[in-house]
Design a protein around this ligand. Structure first.
Ligand code: SAH
Length: 271
C-alpha cells in the first residue's frame, strides 16, 4: 500500500452535516380561558418555550406567559374557518421537530378532551418524536365552577357525559341519543351551538323530558361569561334570543336547577 493509499485509508470520513437531533413537542392544555387556571406545568412549559403553536381558543392573557422573543405560530381553527387543516398542523409539528426545534403545542381546555391531542400524539409517536403532555382544565369543569353548576351531585346526577355536537354529515349528529337521554345524568355538549335544535329535538324524542333543566355557558371563566338557563325544550329559542356565540357549552340535567342557588353566593375573582 503506497503512502497515499495508506493516508486515504486512515483519513477521516468526508465532512457531512451532523444529523440534527429531533426537537421535543410538549402538548399543553391551556384551560378554558382564565389564565389563572393554567397549571404550574403549563406556565413552566410556556416560559421555557422558544416556539409555540397555538389554537383559536387560546387567549392573549395566556400567551403573555410566552417569552417575548419566542416564535408564536397561530394554527387556529374555528368551526367554519380552518386556518390550517389538522393534517397540516401535524405535518408542521413533525417538520419543525425533525429540524431540531422543540415546541409547545398549546390548546384550549385539555388536549385530550375534543382537542385532537390524541391524533397529534399518535402521529408524533409514529414519527419517533419525543413528546410530553400537560393536562388542562377542560371547559366543562371551568363552566361548572364559574357558573355554579356542579357536574355531579348525589341527589341529581351520578353520571357525567361529555359529548360533541359537531355535525357528522350535513344534518346528522352521530350521537347515541338513547344513552344521552338517560335519567340522573349530566350531559355537557361541546361544539353544539349550531346543532342545538337537533340536540334538543333528538334528546326529547329519545325520552328526556322537555322540562329537563338545561343551560348554555358562553365564554366560561372569561370576563364575558354568560350562563343562560331554561329547559331542554326552550334552549334553542333562548340561544337565538340571547345571540349566544361560540365558545359555548350546553349543559343538560337536573344539576342545572341548582345553578341560581349556587351562583348567588359565588364570588369569582376573575369575573
Ligand atoms: N379541548 C377543549 C375543547 C375544544 S372543542 C376543552 O377541553 O375545553 C371547542 C369547544 O369547547 C367549543 O366549541 C366550546 O363548546 C367548548 N369551549 C372551549 N372553551 C370554552 C369556554 N371558555 N366557554 C365555553 N365553551 C368552551
Amino acid at each position: 500500500m503506497s503512502f497515499v493509499e495508506h493516508a486515504r485509508w486512515f483519513a477521516p470520513p468526508p465532512v457531512m452535516a451532523a444529523p440534527v437531533p429531533p426537537g421535543r413537542v410538549t402538548l399543553v392544555g391551556a384551560g378554558p380561558g382564565d389564565p389563572e387556571l393554567l397549571t404550574l406545568r403549563a406556565v413552566k412549559a410556556l416560559r421555557g418555550a422558544r416556539l409555540v403553536l397555538y389554537d383559536h381558543l387560546v387567549g392573549k392573557e395566556v400567551l403573555q406567559y410566552v417569552a417575548e422573543d419566542a416564535d408564536l405560530i397561530y394554527v387556529g381553527k374555528q368551526a367554519a374557518h380552518h386556518t390550517l387543516a389538522q393534517e397540516s398542523i401535524i405535518d408542521l409539528m413533525v417538520r419543525l421537530a425533525r429540524s431540531g426545534r422543540s415546541l409547545v403545542r398549546l390548546k384550549g381546555g385539555d388536549c385530550f378532551v375534543f382537542g385532537r391531542g390524541g391524533e397529534e400524539a399518535l402521529a408524533l409517536a409514529e414519527q419517533g418524536i419525543a413528546y410530553d403532555i400537560v393536562p388542562g382544565i377542560t371547559s366543562a369543569q371551568g363552566a361548572g365552577a364559574y357558573a355554579g353548576i356542579p357536574l355531579t351531585h348525589r341527589d341529581h346526577a351520578g353520571t357525567l357525559v361529555l359529548a360533541t355536537g359537531h355535525l357528522c354529515s350535513r344534518d346528522e349528529v352521530a350521537l347515541d341519543w338513547a344513552a344521552l337521554a338517560r335519567p340522573r345524568q349530566t350531559v355537557v355538549i361541546y361544539m353544539g351551538l349550531a346543532t342545538l335544535p337537533i340536540i334538543s329535538r333528538e334528546l326529547q324524542a329519545h325520552g328526556l323530558p322537555g322540562d329537563t333543566p338545561a343551560a348554555l355557558v358562553e365564554q366560561a371563566t372569561l370576563p364575558g361569561q354568560r350562563c343562560i338557563s331554561g329547559t331542554l325544550a326552550e334552549l334553542p329559542a333562548l340561544a337565538a334570543a340571547h345571540a349566544v356565540r361560540a365558545p359555548a357549552l350546553i349543559v343538560i340535567g337536573h344539576v342545572v336547577a341548582l345553578q341560581p342557588h349556587i351562583y348567588r353566593g359565588l364570588r369569582m375573582p376573575a369575573l
